[in-house]
Design a protein around this ligand. Structure first.
Ligand code: M6R
Length: 608
């Protein structure tokens, strides 16, 4: 949440910062701002709204500087106003900074400084940090930042400039992501490494309790006591082209279309000759695996739904004792966690605060931890260590799509691998599922050829009051994800229920304005789901059915059928989710919503 960019070098400062902020916009887009130092003076420009509006202001005012910092905001403390937009400046105009995170003791610091006569100008928690810095600064930035980090509590990534330091940007991190890059005579910092890709692919991921001084010449790292240390850089395996929209009107649509390739990449090197093998990524012995009696899946949002898919599949593969938990709850419940627990944390970004804190708790309680993430070297990856990477490439649309299919691919392989190592996966099941998995990319590609028809169905229902999504067994988790996609980007109310649960209450809501999206694959639960469809039809709800190709009966129940290719029953979620993503996309498009940056959301949720 919130995106930060800093630049020092010989290019046009505002251009680099504005481009960097545009790449960060999916982290927050309530307001944007930029500050530069020129001829020993700090100037800043801020606006509510988007980065392009800031760019218009920058151009209109010929705003320029020698080096600078920028911010795109997802409001936490203080309304969405220009005054609350970052950067924030100390009252003496000596210090300016941008911040991602929450300063928990901001009120206390503010009261203390106001008592000293310092005037505050905003409602933000961030202002307490900059005013404090202004107050303690006596010409030594490092010393002032050390004092600040001792005084503030909470989570922060801070990027700071001091008026009298004409070749220095300072950064400090605790709890919020921050990455630093240096190439030639240019230094950069950003919340998200994708913003640095066009400048450098060798970066330093800042750790907690670490700060750095970035100049044209170099980057020097210190701990929060001010002691200098060496730090190893990491090479990013993404490239700048991956962060462009290409021929698509929205990143979300591009990312939906990337899914056949993403699944193929996720299988690569993990499946061969009908067998699954993760031993090159997980150096676990059969004895260790046998010792983990409990499996905890912990994640948020879409990643949580991917774990529900995984749990359903794993239950069909072996005798696993599995829990799926929302990360923000896992931490605060008294769930038995110990050395007999394999705790698996799933996070696209690898920066989600709730998931990160849950992982720290499980680690502290002695569980074996594994992370499944799309961002190599993300905080959760660095902290947990053992990892399976989803090779989906950067996902820019706020609504997760391709990373969900990558996650369920990797999770399915993990479930198979664990079952195999425990001696519970028969060679026949292994062969059957690996063969079916290898066919998923072409099946997804065939669903994508139905895009026009799905668009038409979406248009027909774009004015609905809301939607129910129903499914049984393995059709239920993709229903959850389909409903989440729809509410995130179209702002329509959408709820998913196990189809059999509707009659226990939610059915009271049904009428002709509340369509039901029924996931009804052929198989043992088909008839039962059809009964639930009948119950909905009896309440006049229009039915949109996601059914299996060749299902000649389904047309008796719905005039709006999206047919999906046949696959093995366990893999239905792969096939079901893509039409649901397209459906949500086209409903939102018909309703004129801002698809890639839906209101109130941010891609990477770094606050609790
Ligand atoms: O980066 P993570 O996978 O940890 O993010 C978890 C959720 O915040 C995320 O899936 C969110 O629900 C997305 N907006 C889903 O589209």
């Amino acid at each position: 949440m919130c995106g930060i960019m800093g630049y020092i070098g010989d290019r046009e400062t505002t251009k680099v910062i504005l481009e960097g902020l545009a790449k960060h916009e999916y982290r927050g887009y309530d307001s944007a701002g930029i500050a530069v130092i020129k001829d020993g003076k700090i100037s800043e420009l801020r606006t509510t709204g988007r980065v392009f509006q800031l760019a218009e202001k920058v151009a209109a005012e010929h705003f320029t500087g020698d080096f600078g910092i920028g911010h795109t905001r997802w409001a936490t403390h203080g309304g969405v106003t220009e005054n609350n937009a970052h950067p924030h400046m100390s009252s003496d105009n000596n210090v300016v900074l941008v911040h991602n995170g929450i300063i928990e003791n901001a009120r206390e610091i503010r009261a203390e400084l106001e008592a000293q006569g310092i005037k505050f100008h905003t409602e933000t928690d961030t202002e307490s940090a900059v005013q404090y810095l202004g107050w303690v600064y006596n010409g030594d930035p490092k010393e002032a930042i050390v004092k600040l980090t001792r005084r503030i509590r909470g989570a922060f990534a801070l990027v700071i400039m001091f008026r009298d330091r004409n070749n220095e940007i300072w950064v400090a991190r605790k709890g919020s992501p921050l990455v630093v890059g240096h190439a030639g005579n240019e230094g950069f910092c950003a919340s998200d490494p994708t913003a640095l890709l066009e400048f450098t692919r060798d970066v330093w991921f800042m750790d907690d309790d670490e700060m750095a001084r970035i100049t044209k010449e170099d980057c020097i790292f210190f701990d929060f006591e001010g002691r200098e240390h060496e730090k190893k850089s990491m090479h990013l395996d993404w490239d700048a082209a991956m962060t462009s929209r290409g021929k698509y009107p929205h990143f979300m649509l591009k990312e939906i279309h990337e899914q056949p390739d993403v699944v193929a990449h996720s299988l690569l090197g993990r499946v061969a000759n009908g067998e699954v093998d993760l031993s090159h990524e997980l150096s676990w012995t059969a004895e260790q695996i046998a010792g983990w009696k409990k499996i905890h899946f912990v994640a948020c949002g879409t990643s949580h739904y991917a774990t529900i898919v995984a749990a359903h599949i794993m239950e069909t593969l072996g005798n696993f004792e599995i829990r799926t938990e929302v990360a923000s709850e896992y931490r605060y419940r008294n769930i038995p966690i110990g050395p007999d627990t394999l705790a698996i944390f799933v996070s696209q970004s690898g920066e989600t605060a709730d998931t990160l804190h849950a992982a720290r708790l499980a680690k502290a309680k002695g569980a074996k931890c594994l992370v499944i993430t799309n961002v190599r070297s993300s905080t959760i990856h660095r902290e947990v260590g053992d990892a399976l990477i989803t090779p989906a490439g950067p996902e820019i649309g706020v609504a997760a799509t391709k990373t969900f299919t990558a996650q369920i691919t990797v999770l399915t392989l993990l479930g198979m691998y664990l079952a195999k190592m425990r001696g519970e996966l028969s060679p026949e099941t292994e062969k059957r599922l690996t063969t079916a998995l290898m066919d998923i990319p072409s099946k997804l590609a065939s669903i994508l050829t139905q895009e026009k028809a799905i668009e038409q169905t979406a248009r027909n229902f774009a004015d609905a009051r809301g939607f129910f999504f129903i499914g049984r067994g393995l059709a239920y988790p993709p229903a959850l994800e389909g409903a989440l996609k729809l509410k995130e980007i179209s702002y329509l109310h959408a709820e998913a229920y196990p189809a059999g649960e509707m009659k226990h209450g939610p059915i009271a809501l049904l009428d002709k304005e509340l369509p039901v999206v029924a996931l009804v694959p052929q198989g043992e639960l088909w008839e039962k789901t059809i009964s639930n469809i009948e119950e909905s039809m009896a309440r006049k709800s229009p039915i949109i059915a996601i059914a299996t190709e060749g299902d000649s009966e389904i047309s008796h129940y719905s005039e709006n059928v999206i047919y999906t290719p046949k696959t093995e029953p366990e893999l239905f979620p792969f096939i079901a989710v893509v039409p649901l993503q397209l459906f949500a996309y086209y409903v939102a498009r018909q309703r004129g919503c801002d698809i890639d940056m839906p209101r109130n959301l941010a891609k990477s949720v770094t606050v609790e």
